[in-house]
Design a protein around this ligand. Structure first.
Ligand SMILES: Nc1ncnc2c1ncn2[C@@H]1O[C@H](COP(=O)(O)OP(=O)(O)OP(=O)(O)O)[C@@H](O)[C@H]1O
Length: 321
């Protein structure tokens, strides 16, 4: 069973604030595991660090510290090019991720050739058609000859999904895959991802700010606030019985579309300054938390709050700490 384990991941960015230089901790001590046949939703508001995590998992960005390890069925750790075969990404903007000068066929044939998955031209063409059929783009022969501008947004995203499957991916990172699509076609694309996940037993990381689709499509949910996972566990548990005050706020706002977007994370803290390089002190949510305690000035550790359900909040820590 393919598994992708993220352990103690940290990412600092150097930023310039006028003449002052500082570091911004975008991802702070993040750990989670993606397993074959399961979808994990990483939920967080804008600026919480979702894309930075996605980019590190896809090896487009290197971590400041921490580890990302993929292991196969027999427990062998995969690295180098095999890692790239295994872990593929679907980006938010399907137009930006496809080259306007190339046909759909080119976009799908290229990863097949690069990853050594084809035996000549005829086989490549056959596989391109098969990939298009798998993502419901038919007639495949006709779609294969089109260029990105001759496709709708939803069709382009389906091509991007087919391209992610082409190298034989076992882990798919879908970073807000439907947020730029028309509302009417979002469900179709998410359903497609769900079907492929089941058929290929993919491990999917579904990145979103939308708790409702996370509940519908994910088995597990991790809630990110200012770079830290504040709560994680089975999707229905986390969303229906949230424990962390931040998740409770998100869950309360989620069912009402008018309220959506009112819970916006403040930008991550620049680090350095008085705190010393790279150090966050205390719970990142404490200045907005209606239940904040004195102890929240100290960084909370993850506490078990239910079956496979964890919250990083002092409300659930041992009371004598
Ligand atoms: N290359 C960079 N240089 C400096 N800061 C960065 C860089 N990339 C991201 N950041 C900062 O890191 C934090 C997390 O950004 P990230 O894009 O990962 O958040 P996000 O949750 O994906 O947000 P969104 O949903 O808006 O994409 C933000 O404060 C952002 O400004």
């Amino acid at each position: 069973m393919t598994e992708l384990a993220v352990r103690d991941l940290v990412k600092d960015f150097r930023i310039r604030d006028g003449v002052r230089r500082s570091r911004l901790r975008a991802v702070d001590d993040v750990s989670f595991t993606l397993t074959a046949g399961r979808t994990t939703a990483l939920v967080g508001e804008s600026g919480s660090g979702k894309s930075t995590i996605a980019r590190m998992v896809a090896r487009l960005e290197s971590p400041t510290s921490g580890r990302i390890v993929v292991s196969t069925d027999d427990g062998t750790e995969v690295s180098g090019r095999t890692y790239r075969d295994h872990v593929q990404m679907v980006f938010q903007d399907p137009f930006a991720s496809l080259n306007p000068f190339h046909t759909v066929e080119h976009h799908l044939a290229r990863p097949l050739l690069l990853h050594g998955r084809t035996r000549g031209r005829e086989d490549t063409w056959r596989q391109v058609l098969h990939l298009l059929e798998r993502v419901n783009l038919t007639p495949a022969e006709e779609i294969a000859r089109r260029r990105p501008h001759e496709l709708s947004g939803g069709q382009r995203q389906r091509v991007a999904i087919a391209r992610a499957l082409a190298p034989g991916a076992k882990v798919v990172i879908a970073d807000e895959p439907v947020s730029m699509l028309d509302v009417s076609i979002r469900l179709g694309v998410l359903n497609l991802l769900g079907r492929l996940q089941r058929e290929d037993r993919l491990a999917v990381l579904y990145i979103t700010h939308d708790l409702a689709t996370a509940r519908h499509f994910a088995d597990d949910v991790a809630v990110l606030y200012r770079g830290r996972i504040v709560e994680r566990g089975p999707a229905s548990e986390v969303i229906l019985r949230p424990k962390h005050p931040y998740t409770q706020l998100l869950a309360a706002a989620a069912p009402d579309p008018d309220k959506r977007g009112t819970v916006v994370a403040e930008p991550a803290d620049p680090v350095g300054g008085g705190l010393g390089p790279g150090v966050h002190s205390g719970c990142t949510f404490r200045d907005r938390c209606r239940l904040a305690l004195d102890v929240c000035a100290t960084t909370p550790v993850e506490e078990k709050v239910g079956d496979a359900h964890f919250a990083r909040c002092w409300l659930y820590g041992p009371k004598d700490r």
